[in-house]
Write a protein that binds this ligand. Structure first.
Ligand SMILES: [Zn+2]
Ligand SMILES: [Zn+2]
Length: 376
């Protein structure tokens, strides 16, 4: 609504104070056609002006409100609780349709084919399946054409006739009251739903609707390398359309279940390998978990805690890049034993006694190692 002082409605419509009902109506119609947002896309102020004209018309077309305005101005209308009343129309376009009858300015007809809605489902896969690619069966409910009548709504073998209520047009004229007086709008026929044709004997399975909800199983190919949350679109696998319209699409949101052995980092996999202090110091041949079950890893002598070893090509496949795979990154966790046997304690003490400060010196600065650990 107007944020500044509302203008004089006579001035807005460009009519004299003594104008009669017909003059006011004519003036508004002319203005409305000029200012309608659909024909005035280039003028950003047109919608505001159209609203102003509609408000002015609302006041002057109602004898009681017009009299109130003539005596007390806009103040009188506000204090009387008779503010503008367009909210029920939703938008200026609706308002215009209500006044001039729907379709006058390119309003869409509601009959004819309607595309079916899209369906969204999710598919859960294991990380190993996301790596290898998998075919997953999805089971969900969807609107389908009725199996018995194949969508035409008629009991098989019975005729389909012209709707008696709308005479086959599919649309009815609905008359209603509005701030502008009586308005006529086109609405879909309530008997045939806009089809214009009706089965004489409705299909007993779908009661003439032609559509029914059915469980459906669709196999979706999850490509190797897919990430959690990615969507796959299956064109034409959504709800069936109406009146011959095409079906909607099926959107499959892939959820990759977490695998406790790995953290995924894009195409790379990260795992943690626990090693003992002697293994880290002396080096060892170890098995690390991999998607293929396990992989040999040579732990070099002198491996430091937190060091990251790279196993090339043992990560996730790169989506839609056959043959390319990320790496497996192995974070070495040197485990300090919590409990020691008498013998182990004895050995540790003897080892400790031989250690000199220079044996603990690292090639890297402490700060450099911290940066590497935190930044990767
Ligand atoms: Zn049916
Ligand atoms: Zn009808």
């Amino acid at each position: 609504m107007a944020s500044t002082r509302p203008r004089d409605p006579y001035e807005v419509l460009g009519v004299p104070r003594g104008a009669d009902e017909t003059q006011i109506k004519k003036a508004f119609r002319r203005l409305a056609r000029e200012l309608h947002p659909d024909v005035n896309a280039h003028d950003p102020g047109a919608e505001e002006k159209f609203k102003e004209a509609a408000e002015a018309y609302e006041i002057l077309s109602d004898a009681e409100r017009r009299a109130t305005y003539d005596r007390y101005g806009h103040e009188g209308l506000r204090s009387g609780g008779m503010g503008p009343n367009f909210e029920g129309f939703g938008s200026i376009s609706d308002l215009f349709d209500a006044f001039f009858g729907g379709g006058g300015f390119g309003g869409a007809s509601r009959t004819g084919p309607v595309q079916g809605s899209d369906i969204a489902v999710s598919a859960d896969v294991e990380l190993a399946q996301a790596a290898s690619g998998a075919s997953v069966d999805l089971n969900f409910e969807a609107i389908d054409a009725c199996e018995r009548c194949h969508g035409n709504g008629a009991e098989p073998g019975t005729p389909i006739t012209t709707c008696a209520r709308c005479g086959g047009a599919g649309m009815l004229q609905a008359v209603s009251r509005s701030p502008f007086g009586q308005v006529v709008r086109q609405v879909p026929c309530d008997v045939c739903g806009g089809d214009g044709r009706l089965p004489e004997t409705p299909c007993e399975r779908c009661e003439g609707r032609g559509r029914e909800v059915r469980r459906r199983t669709v196999a979706v190919d999850v490509p190797a390398g897919i990430a959690d949350g990615q969507r796959i679109r299956l064109s034409g696998h959504g709800h069936a359309g109406e009146r011959g319209g095409p079906p909607g699409d099926l959107y499959v949101r892939v959820r990759v279940r977490p695998d406790e052995r790995f953290v995924r980092d894009g195409d790379h996999l990260v795992t943690v390998l626990d090693v003992s202090a002697p293994q880290a110091a002396l080096g060892a041949d170890l098995q690390v978990p991999s998607l293929d079950g396990g992989h040999e890893l040579e732990l070099p002598a002198g491996t430091q805690p937190g060091e990251i070893l790279r196993v090339r090509g043992q990560g996730m496949p790169v989506l839609r890049r056959p043959g390319r795979r990320g790496d497996l990154r192995v974070v070495v966790n040197v485990v300090t034993p919590r409990r020691l046997t008498r013998e182990q304690r004895d050995l540790m003490q003897r080892l400790g006694a031989t250690m000199r400060p220079e044996d603990l010196r690292s090639d890297e600065s402490v700060l450099g190692r911290l940066k590497r650990l935190l930044g990767g």
